[in-house]
Design a protein around this ligand. Structure first.
Ligand SMILES: C[S@@+](CC[C@H](N)C(=O)[O-])C[C@H]1O[C@@H](n2cnc3c(N)ncnc32)[C@H](O)[C@@H]1O
Length: 210
């Protein structure tokens, strides 16, 4: 698998990633919000994959709050997966693999939910990643994407200034709708996180019944 510039950056960062202040101050809140959204579904998910899982911090939150859910973590940066394996050394039931969103090592229709936090804007091929998520989800399965979006003043400014240095950058609602529909998601909604002015949101999409 060829590594993109973004993945190379995370590979170099992987050894110290968990020590960054942003992890403690900001990512923890994102992980909690995502977990709340996941638990807010009709049925607690039995099998969940976190795409772009990094060092596995969301997985650790999910493990705490959903002890019987089967968890899978995937990330294209081998250093991130190595760090996640160290984190879960005592919990070998969590499957961790080096993989990009564009080629998920999972069989068709085998997940109840897929999650991804602050990773989607780094994906080099977001359309392929969303198609893969739709492929591996069971009918009516849910995809939850926590990320920054190009909406509101802060979001549009961030998309213009910072977004270009991050993989595909931050998406507008119109772009998200098109990407999700083309991938096979039949409905979706976006919910703001971290306050009304914040462009950090959770997009929750549901795969079609077929
Ligand atoms: C900002 S980190 C977030 C990590 C983790 N989700 C978290 O919340 O702490 C972004 C992650 O996305 C991963 N990533 C980059 N490109 C990707 C792709 N094409 N498919 C899946 N993950 C990707 C990176 O390797 C990195 O671990």
């Amino acid at each position: 698998m060829a590594r993109t510039q973004d993945v190379e950056r995370f590979e170099r960062w992987s050894a110290t990633y968990d020590r960054s202040p942003a992890q403690r101050l900001f990512f923890t809140r994102v992980h909690r919000a995502l977990c709340d959204a996941l638990l807010g579904g009709d049925v607690p998910p039995a099998r969940v994959a976190d795409i772009g899982c990094g060092t596995g911090r969301l997985l650790a939150t999910l493990r705490e709050r959903m002890p019987s859910t089967e968890l899978i973590g995937l990330d294209p940066a081998p250093g991130m997966i190595a760090a996640a394996r160290r984190r879960f050394a005592q919990q070998p039931s969590i499957l961790l693999e080096v993989a990009s969103a564009s080629a998920l090592p999972l069989a068709d229709q085998t997940l109840d939910a897929a999650t991804t936090t602050m990773s989607f804007h780094h994906w080099d091929d977001q359309q392929a990643g969303l198609r893969e998520a739709a492929r591996v989800l069971r009918p009516q399965g849910r995809l939850l994407i926590a990320d920054m979006f190009a909406m509101g003043l802060v979001g549009r400014l961030s998309a213009a200034v910072v977004g270009r240095r991050h993989g595909r950058g931050f998406r507008t609602d119109a772009e998200m709708g098109e990407l999700l529909n083309r991938a096979g998601f039949t409905s979706w909604r976006r919910v703001r996180m971290l306050g009304r002015a914040s462009p950090i949101c959770i997009v929750e999409a549901r795969r079609g019944p077929g």
